[in-house]
Design a protein around this ligand. Structure first.
Ligand code: URA
Length: 244
């Protein structure tokens, strides 16, 4: 990458509100040789993240995630996508998991769906007279590594990575959360109901109000114009609740 390309990339990140770039510590793994056949055939159990210590920071959570190998998603990972935005945000958006662009760059919602999300946040805020830009909110996903072929994260992947999402939310303690799509809704509300059923109403994650709306990728499909209008209505409600 040339210095000019690097400068452009950094300016692009700055526009997205990214002020800090992290280089995760790579842990070297000590591989034990099995001394007995019984030990050799034991399947490793997924390591669940420990409970959150009080008053932890997002940086501490990120450091604890480290060079994560807690689930199979790490196998195809290029970059782990932790989250981006204002660490004291009053509003947090939760998506499903990184796509190809996010996996390449290490930041959530930087591809086409991300551009639509930015337009939705900033366009709705402007229309409603709310001074708000994308860097003022916090954006993250249920899983931090890209699922192969962008498939939906599996229950065990959501369970493991969801612990870190919950810790991020507990640290930020926003006034409201906006769940983008059914995977985020499922992770936060523990429901199997789809977005159509859940959207437009307030729910709760712990004591924090949650609005469920359509995932921007769904809204990018040309035949979902009605859903687009509904998503704008949902967002309007969220923005007025949080910023009025
Ligand atoms: N879709 C998501 O759910 N998250 C991203 O970060 C990008 C696309």
């Amino acid at each position: 990458m040339t210095p000019q390309q690097l400068r452009e990339r950094l300016e692009f990140y700055q526009d997205l509100g990214i002020k800090t770039l992290y280089r995760p510590k790579v842990q070297t793994q000590h591989v034990e040789q099995a001394s007995t056949p019984a030990a050799a055939v034991q399947t490793p159990q997924p390591e669940l993240p420990p409970l959150a210590p009080p008053n932890e920071t997002l940086l501490q959570i990120l450091e604890e995630i480290g060079d994560c190998k807690r689930c199979r998603l790490h196998e195809g990972r290029n970059k782990l996508v932790f989250g981006v935005g204002n660490e004291q945000a009053r509003l947090v958006f939760v998506g499903e998991g990184p796509g190809a662009d996010e996996d390449e760059q290490g930041f959530p919602f930087v591809g086409r769906a991300g551009q639509l999300l930015t337009q939705m946040i900033e366009g709705t805020a402007k229309k409603e007279g709310i001074p708000l830009a994308r860097p003022d909110v916090y954006i993250c996903n249920v899983v931090k590594c890209r699922p192969p072929e962008n498939r939906t994260p599996l229950p065990d992947e959501m369970e493991i990575c969801g612990q870190f999402l919950f810790r991020q939310l507990q640290t930020i303690r926003p006034k409201a959360i906006c769940a983008l799509g059914s995977t985020a809704a499922k992770a936060l509300l523990g429901t199997k109901d789809g977005v159509m059923r859940l959207r437009g109403k307030w729910h709760k994650w712990r004591d924090i109000p949650v609005m469920v709306t359509y995932h921007p990728s769904y809204l990018l499909r040309p035949y979902n114009q009605n859903a687009k209008r509904e998503a704008w209505e949902d967002l309007k409600r969220v923005l007025h609740f949080v910023y009025d």
